[in-house]
Write a protein that binds this ligand. Sequence first.
Ligand SMILES: Cc1cc2nc3c(=O)[nH]c(=O)nc-3n(C[C@H](O)[C@H](O)[C@H](O)COP(=O)(O)O)c2cc1C
Length: 342
Amino acid sequence: MRCARPWPRPKVSLPTFFVRDVPIYGDVVLAPMDGITDPPFRALGRLLGSAMAYTEFIHAVDVLQRPQWVWRRLRPRAWEAPLVVQLYGHTVSLLVEAARRVQDQLGPAIIDINMGCPDPSIVRRGAGAGMLRSPLKIARLFRRLTQVLDVPVTAKIRLGLDEGCKPYRLIARVLEENGAALLAVHARTQAQGYRGQADWEAIAEIVSLVRIPVLGNGDVRTPEDIARMKRTTGVAGVMIGRGALANPWLLARCPRDAVPIEEVRRVLRWHLRANIQHYGPQRGLVLFRKFAARYLAPYPAFQARRRALLTLEDPVSFLDAVDAVLAEAAASGTTPGPREPS
Ligand SMILES: Cc1cc2nc3c(=O)[nH]c(=O)nc-3n(C[C@H](O)[C@H](O)[C@H](O)COP(=O)(O)O)c2cc1C
């Protein structure tokens, strides 16, 4: 199989689902990832087919104490819409005030509350997945947020804290009853972190319990996984994290080994240029290295030059080295070549 060029995205005439009154076109969504879904990668995600643009999570206290830093970091573009700004925190009043300021300053389509971060230092304070311990606090938070904000408010949850504490059924109901307009479910517990198998049956259970749209998340790595999660759980959409980092074309339902090398080259260059525009040449290239390593991972020619390539400090030499890897990969013919799909 070889994938057709996935952008510009095909026009979809009818919304796939609504987040309250916000129409969503498409059923695949790039997951929020700290250090990954910055403005350039979000933009790429939207171009390749993500139906929504989730930001990295932002601490409510940062919004209140150093707003200029937050606005610079998020710097959304109009064409990213629908933009979802994700906040985390543990104090209802601070989260509500931060959400109000984000709404007024950035005009996102949706504000999302993170209830899934497993980092012990965040959970201990009752934020991230720590929120799942307090259904009453969640109820108060969502009641206040939906009273104060004009935009829809959504939540991203895990199933619970560990095997002995999985209150996802109750939390889903509490969220819906208190005005949440969508629920994204990472089907693991906090204790699992990012390991172990995601429990898609729990996602299906949540879908059957609530009427708001649910995004299923966890262990989606191939186009077949997207189809299987939709079929077996009934979710409105599929949210993809690490799978889209390894293969951004997964957002266009394209398996990595079907992406022509010329398309990899084009997207890599586009992404690096966007990084340099956003961060400046030096930082833009340094922050791009983790993405470059993933774009080039499938090619044996990269493994031999990995260290040398990823330590280059000048974008022109960097792109020359990338071209050398891709040319060698195309010549070896072990992966799809630079021809366009027939
Ligand atoms: C590097 C990294 C950073 C993440 N940062 C966030 C975040 O800021 N907000 C959030 O809700 N989830 C975050 N997540 C969790 C992902 O959104 C997603 O729920 C998780 O990776 C499971 O999906 P996957 O199996 O498709 O990767 C992060 C995950 C990773 C790997």
